[in-house]
Design a protein around this ligand. Sequence first.
Ligand code: KIV
Ligand code: NA
Length: 279
Amino acid sequence: RKKVTIPTLLAMHAHHEPITMLTAHDFPSAHVADTAGIDMILVGDSLAMVALGYSDTSEITLDDMLLHCRSVIRGAQTSFVVGDLPMGCYEISPEQALGSAVRMVKEGRVHGVKLEGGEEMAGTIEKISRAGIPVLAHVGLTPQRQHSLGGFRVQGKSAAGALRILADAMAVQEAGAFAVVLEAVPPAVAALITRKLRIPTIGIGAGSGCSGQVLVQVDMLGNFPPGRSLPKFVKRYGDVWGEARKAIELYREEVKGGSYPGVEHGYAMPAAEFEEFER
Ligand code: KIV
Ligand code: NA
């Protein structure tokens, strides 16, 4: 497969070919997504929870993200890789945001950055994209703002709320974002916004009328400890956690019971050499 670039993505959009995006947080999760043919990989700050066990994304730092971005990049041969700017590294000023975005590209080696926010982030998106760093915007439910949103709730359920998201999506497009994530928005609203925009929309919990879809990889794989409650928009395509647990339990039983390792797992040695060694 040829490397996916911004022109590749825009061509897909022009031909109404849905864009596939999936998160990854390290070398193996990037490698499997890339070889499965995913178009865009997101090093989402959701890795704070799914890979590091933090309770929310506010605990992760830009330096943490840089380490994960570098490991993802080594596993992603052809996908277009976008890194999330974590909370605190881009809100203070467009200059602060550009400084962080530059570090994501120079040290994290990613191809583009994502940041949360609409109209109020337009100046920041313009600053970063004018410096030549592709920006993926993110409107609707913006998890880094969970406390001001009152939790992880669907956005744009009222006419006024839907208009707000439309205005945000328009603003980030005008500011130079190459695409925009729409999270937890009623499908009809996301579809209408998609029709009004020139740039692709990447939906998560936003229905099938978007230009593409994104999911958190461990969620769709079922690769998370029991007890994690999934949002209703996640489809579980596998039970990777269950498979891993079964395999590990079997290994444990076989070691305890003496059936692993077997002769076939050992290295041969000439009998004469062993006899000499034994004397
Ligand atoms: O951090 C993340 O995984 C995200 C996606 C869910 C859009 O921002
Ligand atoms: Na995120």
